[in-house]
Design a protein around this ligand. Structure first.
Ligand SMILES: *Cc1c(COP(=O)(O)O)cnc(C)c1O
Length: 377
């Protein structure tokens, strides 16, 4: 009997997944023997609230029990803090989980999701994973542009993701512009306002979007405990949305997507307004200080409303962003490379503690002056 080579059939993921470039988190690696200072993931230099750390301490005795699948304690703490209806809050394992759930719930094969030129990479990954097509709206001067987004709307558009303020740009969209976008989008298009950095904003023409969610059935605001609350390790995010959108998310999320440590620490952190105020005051002091030092060193800094700065380097060899990254790494300073965002001439630096900010400013001075080692190490 004749035998042909049988190629075993392999499992094949849904279309779109091959196009995903996996998210690469901020590096934590430096050369052996150098003390690492991580400024690549916008983590809080003040760490977590002592109340949140204390809330974790007693949990060891109840690890055999499933957590409350509705995260009621955390939702009620959030509702109390912001004056919201706790039934219209859904919590997630980081806001990343909620962004993914929203993409999967509202967009699929044949649908389009609008993201912006320098939008957070998670949006694109979430849309592709859902089988939908990401459509990219241009930004203007590293800021989200409402007219560019509206020009991308087609009958296939199902969802729009914007970060406000933006990551990695740090820029913000005034409330009047966000309102204009919300009003102009068709009612069946979900508008996701990712407000991961909203607590750091010092402008008074900004809003995270709570008022818009309250009046429009298609607007969702997402928030995180990973930034100002210093709890990135625990993976805690939440969203505020219409009852209808919350109902959809509650059907598709894992029944126990929030673990007990996240619920307890999150509830304690949101009640510790003193710690949050200290983190805000630290950032409000050091963000302009570092921006000014970097500008004086000859660098271009995008105006930021966040806890990081996007820094543009000159094109000259030995003075470019890649050379700066090597120079800083040799001193233990880990910044974020921006090739994945198509900003290869930029680095993103998190506002660190006082010592780290001085080190960054001094190192950038030395690099731009061309001191020993600049561009060579
Ligand atoms: C850090 C960040 C988040 C938060 O992600 P978590 O999953 O909550 O840690 C969301 N959106 C943007 C734009 C961010 O930079």
């Amino acid at each position: 009997m004749q035998q042909t080579d049988v190629v075993p059939a392999l499992p094949k993921p849904r279309a779109g997944i091959e196009r995903i470039e996996a998210y690469v988190p901020g590096s934590a690696q430096v050369a052996a023997g150098v003390r690492a200072i991580k400024l690549s993931s916008n983590e809080s230099p003040l760490g977590a609230s002592p109340a949140a750390v204390a809330a974790l301490a007693g949990l060891g005795t109840s690890l055999a029990l499933y957590p409350d699948g509705t995260a009621k304690k955390l939702r009620e703490a959030l509702a109390h803090r912001y004056g919201l209806d706790s039934a219209r809050i859904v919590c997630g394992a980081g806001s990343d989980e909620l962004l993914n759930l929203l993409a999967h719930a509202y967009a699929g094969p044949g649908d389009e999701g609008i993201i912006t030129q320098y939008g957070f990479l998670v949006y694109k990954i979430a849309l592709l994973a859902a089988g939908a097509t990401p459509v990219i709206a241009r930004e203007v001067d590293c800021a989200v542009n409402v007219d560019a987004i509206l020009a991308c709307v087609t009958p296939r558009t199902k969802i729009v993701f914007i970060a406000n303020p933006g990551n990695p740009t740090g820029s913000f969209l005034p409330f009047a512009e966000v309102s204009r976008l919300a009003r102009a989008l068709p009612g069946h298009v979900v508008l996701v306002l990712d407000a991961a950095y909203s607590e750091y904003v010092t402008r008074n023409d900004y809003s995270a979007g709570i008022e818009l969610v309250s009046r429009a059935h298609n607007v969702v605001m997402t928030r995180t405990f990973s930034k100002i609350h210093g709890l990135a390790a625990l993976r805690i995010g939440w969203c505020y949305a219409s009852a209808e959108i919350c109902d959809v998310l509650n059907r598709i999320r894992g029944p126990f997507n929030m673990n007990m440590a996240a619920i307890e620490a999150g509830a304690a952190a949101i009640a510790d307004s003193k710690h949050e105020a200290a983190a805000l005051a630290h950032n409000a002091r050091w963000r302009p200080w570092l921006a000014e030092r970097l500008q004086r060193a000859g660098l271009t800094v995008v105006p930021s409303e966040t806890n990081f700065l996007l820094v543009r380097f000159p094109a000259s060899p030995g003075r470019d962003a890649a050379a700066a990254d090597r120079f800083l790494l040799a001193r233990g300073l880990i910044l974020r490379r921006m090739e994945a965002y198509d900003l290869p001439d930029c680095l993103r630096v998190t506002i660190g503690d006082e010592a780290a900010n001085h080190m960054v400013a001094d190192a950038m001075d030395a690099f731009m002056r061309g001191d020993a080692g600049a561009g060579h190490d």
